[in-house]
Design a protein around this ligand. Structure first.
Ligand code: DQQ
Length: 494
């Protein structure tokens, strides 16, 4: 096998496979690893104007195991260049079983990764002296050997995903943890130097028995703290069991430096009961925006993705903002407009009961902005990846009476090992009776932003037929009115 210098052990063929069109499910403008397994985004940092994305990566196959940190860099948030794998487990070291998730900081000019060693779960450091290209592990690792003594037993040793920032002249860090039988925990630590840490206790604790308005699971992973000035937000990924990663949610409220006092919460990006968008990490960008990437899980069997040779994708670069009422909005970053090609527009279409395929806008790599009147009976919306004979299609339906958007996947794939459960997302407010769906379709990925990102959803679909490319409109149970429809084909980033 010829060797790819960036990814030892991988052949050139693997490295080039992202650019190939042979695999009909491989995204064209979402970031994926050159091959094999990818999960959480890690270590997001901007350094000398470039954005670095690290990610949980298994170079040994398309399955979760021997977790390394993959690394890529971008000048524009959209196109990525692979860099050498940043971290690999050290036999006999605190990360011998994997370099799990963590974050990156600029420590007085020294780029520093703060990551989870396993097993036992601990906090480790690595620094770079060649502009983030290669990384040296700190001789004092682990800098935190495990959860505080009183949590050692009750947490079952679950203690991971350091998220570090600087405030008031010290380093602060939140960690994910749990108390068995009680719920998830976010722990706060402080440090003068990233080496010596003091636990300040939990800032927020979940209730595993509470299932409304949604269940927050038994273990909290990948906490992020966002500061919007008057208010703050914690983004948390909820795990029910080690095998069952559910979804990311947020809690908004006030963080007083010791405790997080919540006054609102919601799912961050919807995706049905087995969510797709998970373990997001937020970057406080140089230009003041909060940018976010999440892991888009696979929705097909392990046998299928192992056969494909790759698993997992990053979400688009997303911007997170907070409304006056504490609600978080998630929108695609403006930089994505650079990918737009072949614009088509339709204005003022009255839809009778039935379907209308738009032949000039077919494709599997599309950006779509559709504005509908919310008034109307029954349900209406878009058909995506539709075969000409309707054997396969995905429906994105607006249900006005229920104030919901539902991604209906029961006909999305003829394969029998894929998740076809419906994905609902709420319509929170209408803009003058209009509902706007901003949709990114990238082969097996769908990301949808409703009314300026006041709610959003992400899902995976796996059409089997090469001609499942149709884009259309439908109305069922009454007429509907489309105010406008904009469609672009999006260029590939590879
Ligand atoms: N993924 C990492 C953990 C984290 C989990 C392991 C979330 O650090 O808790 O790959 O997906």
């Amino acid at each position: 096998m010829d060797t790819n210098p960036l990814h030892p052990g991988l052949g050139e063929a693997h490295a080039l496979s992202r650019a190939s069109t042979a695999d009909a499910h491989r995204p064209r403008y979402h970031f994926t690893a050159p091959a094999n397994w990818l999960n959480d985004p890690n270590g997001l940092i901007q350094w000398q104007g470039r954005t670095h994305l690290f990610y949980q990566y298994n170079p040994n196959g398309a399955f979760h195991g021997t977790i390394h940190w993959g690394h890529a860099v971008s000048d524009d948030l959209v196109h990525w260049e692979d860099l050498p794998v940043a971290l690999a487990p050290t036999p006999g070291g605190p990360d011998a079983d994997g370099c799990w998730s963590g974050s990156a900081v600029n420590n007085q000019g020294t780029p520093t990764l703060v990551y989870s060693g396993v097993f036992p779960q601990s906090v480790c450091l690595a620094t770079s002296s060649d502009e983030l290209r290669t990384w040296q592990k700190h001789p004092n690792n682990p800098v935190i050997a495990g959860p505080p003594a009183d949590l050692q037993r009750t947490s079952g040793g679950h203690f991971r995903d350091p998220f570090v920032w600087r405030a008031d002249g010290q380093w602060r860090m939140v960690m994910g943890s749990k108390i068995e039988g009680v719920g998830g925990l976010v722990l706060l630590y402080t440090s003068p130097d990233l080496l010596h840490w003091e636990c300040q206790g939990p800032i927020l604790q979940g209730d595993v028995a509470q299932t409304e308005p949604f269940w927050t699971g038994a273990m909290w992973e990948c906490p992020n703290l966002l500061d919007f000035g008057r208010r703050q937000a914690l983004i948390i990924s909820a795990q029910s069991t080690a095998e069952d990663l559910m979804y990311a949610f947020y809690v908004s409220g006030r963080f007083d430096g010791q405790r997080f006092l919540p006054d609102g919460q919601d799912i961050l990006v919807h995706g049905g009961s087995q969510g797709t968008f998970y373990a997001p990490q937020v970057l406080a960008a140089d230009d003041g925006r909060y940018l976010m990437w999440g892991w888009l899980k696979e929705g097909r069997s392990q046998a299928s993705f192992m056969e494909a040779g790759w698993a997992g994708a990053m979400s688009l670069p997303l911007e997170v903002s907070m409304e006056m009422d504490g609600k978080l909005c998630v929108e695609p970053a403006a930089e994505l407009a650079a990918l737009r090609q072949d614009h088509r527009r339709w204005n003022s279409l009255d839809l009778a009961d039935g379907e209308l395929l738009l032949d000039s806008a077919a494709g599997d790599s599309l950006e779509i902005i559709a504005r509908f009147d919310l008034a109307g009976a029954g349900e209406f919306g878009l058909l995506l990846r539709a075969a000409p004979d309707s054997q396969e299609y995905t429906r994105l339906a607006i249900l006005p009476a229920e104030r919901r958007v539902v991604l209906q996947r029961d006909r999305a794939s003829l394969a029998d090992d894929v998740n076809t459960a419906p994905c609902p997302a709420p319509i929170y407010t209408t803009d003058n009776g209009t509902v706007t769906l901003h949709i990114f379709l990238d082969r097996s990925i769908l990301e949808v932003f409703v009314n300026g990102g006041r709610s959003s959803l992400a899902a995976r679909i796996y059409p089997t037929r090469a001609d499942s490319l149709g884009l259309g409109l439908f109305s069922q149970g009454g007429p509907a009115r489309l105010q406008s429809l904009d469609v672009w084909r999006l260029a590939t980033i590879w």
